[in-house]
Design a protein around this ligand. Structure first.
Ligand code: FAD
Length: 329
């Protein structure tokens, strides 16, 4: 099963994370251009193989399963061992990881062991049809330019990919493929780090990358109390609250709400930007939203360049009126 486009699937408690489906979608299009196939790598504890078939429905031609009770919780060293063994044996052309906290930890370790390159935090991938190389695009210089990078001399070509940027392909339960379980030749040093306890974060707010409607607040909301009217509108829409980095860094809202280059990439049906100027680092995270409405008191704020609808005015006046009107509608 050499060559091919490999996708490292992230799962938590046996549930595939969205980035896994997004990467399978992207890998399908890369593999199509390369005339190769998509291989999903599924790593986890006993019982994980139950979800292998699902990955085929979402675009994998083949699934490799590394199932071991010691892989129940993510840990850098054993997971690196699994991937290094698979990559050395199969010699894939391309390996994709999510740019999640796990992918950002795992991918550099694996690339260093394999002495190959890694392009981190990609927002675009394509194949150069002339030389068959993977073109990996990512923001550079504080998001002021987009750099396209290719790895000419080393294999596999590896990338971590931002969540929420790539599109999954449609699930098709008639899709067929192969599932292969493998044994890993672990070494004692792979378990040098002992996981003592996993403490779930009960305070985690809803995932803004999954929301259909987002109301984003920036420095213009004026303080933590300003987020009250932002939240009220989000609740009326049955949506979630997003934020700019300026609002997060001011301590007005938690960083899991941050949209942008150093936050999350979102693609809701509707994004209402309130008191957000539209810095490039913020736009990177939300410009692919379905419809963008901007509310800003400065008529020349750059956010209006990407907005489908712009309202010039004070958000403290506009938001309550909009909220009341929506409730009555
Ligand atoms: P401001 O730029 O201060 O804009 C506030 C806006 O509110 C203004 O347009 C103003 O006209 C308007 N306003 C004020 N009062 C009102 C009112 N009453 N009613 C209506 N409008 C009002 N930023 C991100 O958001 N996400 C990121 O991930 C991110 N990553 C970064 C990474 C790097 C390496 C760097 C250098 C910067 C990054 N930034 C990021 C910061 C970014 O450059 C901007 O500083 C930030 O987005 C500005 O946030 P803001 O629009 O809320 O604030």
């Amino acid at each position: 099963m050499s060559k091919n486009v490999y996708v490292v699937i992230e799962q938590r408690d046996g549930r595939v994370q969205n980035i896994g489906y997004e990467l399978l979608g992207e890998a399908s299009s890369l593999a199509f251009d390369l005339k190769q196939e998509v291989v999903a790598v599924l790593i986890g504890g006993v019982g994980i193989s139950k979800i292998a078939q699902e990955l085929i429905y979402w675009g994998a031609n083949h699934v490799i399963v590394a199932e071991d009770s010691r892989l129940q919780e993510y840990s850098t060293l054993p997971y690196s061992r699994v991937l290094t063994q698979i990559i050395l044996t199969d010699e894939p052309e391309i390996v994709l990881f999510g740019a999640s906290s796990i992918g950002r930890d795992l991918a550099p370790r694996v690339s260093a062991r394999l002495k190959t390159g890694l392009t981190a935090d990609c927002t675009g991938l394509s194949i150069n049809l002339d030389n068959q190389l993977l073109m990996m695009t990512r923001p550079a210089f504080g998001g002021n330019l987009m750099a396209t990078i290719c790895c000419k001399h080393h294999k596999p070509q590896m990338a971590t990919v931002r969540t929420g940027v790539m599109q999954p392909i449609e699930r098709d339960d008639n899709r067929t493929g192969t599932i292969r379980s493998i044994e890993i030749a672990f070494q004692r040093k792979d378990f040098a780090v002992e996981l003592v306890e996993v403490i779930p974060n009960d305070n985690i707010s809803a995932d803004i990358t999954k929301a259909k409607y987002l109301v984003g607040g920036g420095r213009g909301v004026g303080g933590p109390e300003g987020f009250k009217i932002v939240r009220e509108l989000a609740n009326t829409l049955n949506g979630e609250v997003a934020a700019s980095r300026a609002a997060v860094e001011s301590g007005w809202i938690g960083n899991d709400h941050q949209v942008g280059q150093t936050g999350k990439t979102v693609r809701p049906d509707l994004y209402i930007a309130c008191g957000i100027s539209g810095a490039i680092q913020h736009l990177t995270g939300m410009e692919n939203s379905g419809t963008i409405i901007a509310i800003n008191k400065n008529a020349s704020a750059p956010i209006f360049n990407v907005a489908d609808l712009g309202i010039v005015g004070d958000l403290h006046v506009i938001l309550p009126k909009l909220n009341d009107a929506l409730k009555e509608a």
